[in-house]
Design a protein around this ligand. Structure first.
Ligand code: GLU
Length: 489
């Protein structure tokens, strides 16, 4: 057993695409575990797939995780005692281990061509056995191998996997898992001594970096027995595994490319707050014992345990994410919200009229789910859009009545000092009239004339936000629209 001080975990992203929510969630669980156990969180870049790995993705992934506060103590940017932390810079280390396996005859060169392999496969299928490598090149002598290599024959390096070996491990989340080596066969571990493949590099790094727990997505669960075989061949001690559940759609189907695979940056562009995303992701497969939902990162650390990660798939529910986001938006101070909204709103909203922006924020902060909803919700305050004249008519009423009520309200408003344009005062002036002739009859056309919209905040708040001059101008537009319409009929 490893002591508490020896807890070392890692996130090992492959920089072959954008930062996805799945990677964020895995990084988060590793981070929480490390913090909780006073261990070390490491970031390792798994870029052995050089054809698909790009520095631009590496930057995006590291920047994204860092911005979320998931800071690592060792990594390619900060260094550490077991570096380098980028696999393409570790070729010599892998080479030593590959050569060791070759020397000890635990791995061997294989020269089978694609066609050879295809034939083997077909023959096995005919015999009714699950296809795997037939072991043809196992018996090549050292001399035969040297001759073929010297002649430039194309080759790979395979791990020798004996049949009939039971590979078992005790997963912290999923319990005991067992696989027979027969189903694995002699797997390819490197293209050549300088080009390791994923499993070998991953296992060597976990050993060299003294990783104690591998916490990763369940999509890797079938890789684990293969990696254990490599560990055993190299004489490495076993790490502890914790495979976290897959993310499912709300109706519990496997998640499609959308949503979880959508890049983290896209969620930010869509107006989700990083802290809301983090909170939502934390609860996607884990729940604290006290059932609390809104949690800051330190609060998650305090409550975290690997044992409380669920076994079954976790349903991704966008409504739940919206709920979290709305809660976090409500919690922001006015100044913070302005700052967060800045990239989303037309620049003139910020310059033009601070007073209006203040009202807009006060009116919308309880209504919006995403920062991007703000422009749609508050846009009418900054400019009145086109609307159908008929929208002014309260149900069962008429254009003429709508116009008459608007004219009456205009009269009432005209006598009020601009400095008295507060929602409470305006309400006290207009409500007696509305109560007398019917609330809907009066308040509906007023609200529509002010907003041009079917749905909006209430008319008194809008009046206060727009101020006297603009309010009267919009009421006049409403009245003129009705007059135009009536003169046509
Ligand atoms: N590079 C692997 C991935 O991105 C990580 C595998 C692991 O965590 O062991 O899926």
């Amino acid at each position: 057993m490893v002591g508490k001080q020896d807890i070392r975990v890692r996130i090992a992203p492959s920089p072959t695409g954008h930062l996805h929510l799945g990677t964020v969630r895995t990084a988060l669980y590793n981070y929480l575990f490390a913090q909780k156990e006073h261990g070390t969180f490491i970031l390792r870049v798994e870029d052995t797939d050089q054809g698909r790995s790009l520095p631009i993705y590496e930057n995006e992934i590291l920047d994204g995780l860092r911005a979320l506060g998931l800071t690592w103590q060792e990594g390619p940017d900060v260094g550490g005692p077991y570096g380098p932390y980028r696999q393409t810079e570790r070729t010599q280390i892998y080479k030593t281990y590959i050569e060791k396996l070759l020397t000890e005859r635990k791995a061997y060169y294989c020269f089978c061509t694609k066609e050879d392999l295809e034939k083997q496969r077909e023959a096995m299928l005919v015999e009714g056995i699950a296809p795997k490598y037939a072991g043809t090149c196992r018996s090549l002598s050292a001399q035969q191998v040297q001759e073929k290599l010297a002649a430039g024959a194309s080759s790979v390096i395979r791990l020798l996997v004996s049949d009939g070996v039971e590979v078992s491990f005790d997963d912290v989340i999923r319990g005991s898992i067992s696989v027979m080596s027969n189903t694995i066969g002699d797997m390819v571990i490197a293209k050549n001594v300088n080009t390791p493949l994923f499993h070998l590099a991953n296992v060597v790094d976990d050993y060299e970096m003294k990783i104690s727990h591998v916490i990763r997505g369940e999509d890797h669960i079938s890789n684990t027995p293969k990696q254990i075989l490599i560990q055993q061949a190299l004489g490495f001690p076993r790490v502890r595994y914790a495979h976290i559940p897959l993310v499912l759609t709300p109706d519990r189907k496997k998640m499609s490319k959308r949503s979880l695979e959508t890049s983290f940056v896209e969620y930010l562009h869509d107006g989700y707050l990083p802290e809301a995303l983090l909170n939502f992701l934390a609860l996607l497969g884990w729940a604290p014992e006290d059932g609390s939902e809104l949690l800051t990162l330190p609060e998650m650390v305090e409550r975290f345990s690997l044992k409380r990660i669920q076994k079954s798939g976790a349903a991704f529910n966008i409504d739940k994410l919206d709920w979290f986001n709305a809660q976090y938006i409500k919690k922001l101070s006015f100044a913070e919200l302005v700052q967060r909204l800045t990239p989303f709103v037309p620049p003139e909203w910020l310059l033009q009229n601070n007073h209006l922006m203040e009202h807009a924020i006060n009116l919308e902060r309880e209504r919006i789910k995403k920062l991007s909803d703000f422009v749609e919700g508050a846009g009418f305050l900054f400019s009145l859009g086109e609307y159908e004249t008929s929208l002014l008519v309260w149900k069962g009423s008429t254009l003429a009545q709508a116009s008459a009520h608007l004219a009456k309200i205009r009269e009432l408003l005209d006598s009020i000092e601009p400095s008295n344009f507060t929602a409470t005062y305006l309400e006290s002036v207009i409500m007696p009239y509305a109560q007398q002739v019917g609330r809907g009859e009066v308040l509906w056309p007023l609200r529509v004339a002010l907003s041009g919209k079917q749905n909006s905040p209430g008319p008194f708040d809008i009046l206060a936000a727009l101020g006297k001059e603009e309010s009267l101008r919009r009421i006049d537009i409403g009245v003129a629209k009705v007059a135009g319409e009536l003169s046509l009929s």
